[in-house]
Design a protein around this ligand. Sequence first.
Ligand SMILES: [Zn+2]
Length: 290
Amino acid sequence: MKRLPIACLAALAASCAGAAKAPRSPWAASNPDWVEPFTPFRVYEEIYFVGTRGLASYLIATPEGHFLIDGGLPENAPLIAKNIETLGFDVRDVRILLNSHAHFDHSGGLAALKEISGATMVASQGDRWALESGLVPGAEDDPAMAAPPVKVDRVISDGENLTLGGATLTARLTPGHTKGCTSWTMTAGDSEILFFCSATVAANRLAGPPQYEGIVADYRATFERTKPSRPDILLANHPLFFDMEERRARQVAGDANAFRDRESFPALMARLEAAFEKALAEHTAKAIEK
Ligand SMILES: [Zn+2]
């Protein structure tokens, strides 16, 4: 893929030929922290936070190029690129682009980031259509849910590894929140890291009709399969899922283990499973009423 000139990287201006336009999302007004800058930082070993205050993106930096997980909202791409540069890396060295799931608040910036980096977009089969169409299955006619389409260059399956410069990420499919919701695990230093997709219900319909066929079974399978999982470090696409700001403050104050917490993931999943069962009962009751 043709790469943009370096002058386009900082601004990602519409005047740069070929640069993807990034209209302001309708969601930014109601979620101002989603577009609020946050100082990028090293989370642990080769893992860096390069997102905004309310939407995480992660750079996994290696001597042979970098992984980048998630692109935030469409208008966040320039900020993510700037954060990468602030940390001393070159966004054009991003070789592999990943996405936790195909919702506009995590996939919106991918098309622009792919264009400026020339990276290979890797995603699950379950989210491929949504990424390539920019639409959400079951909400295809809702323009507020749309994202700039991004071509998937390689489809990854459950358990498959991606290796770059000595870092290996393993795909763990955790469907439900979206059909192809993909979590990633890796070992960094002496720690097991989990980049968790999500298992909130959010705008999903669980009944009458469901967002997609099989969604309830997918959520339940995800809750079951993740029960034994106790990663040393939980990272997720919404910083609130792992108290990022509080942990970052502790890290700045000198606590080298601020992000290590093996109780964090099981506690999150217990909350999400309870919320799912409650929403399922509500959606089912409503569907019967109709
Ligand atoms: Zn989502």
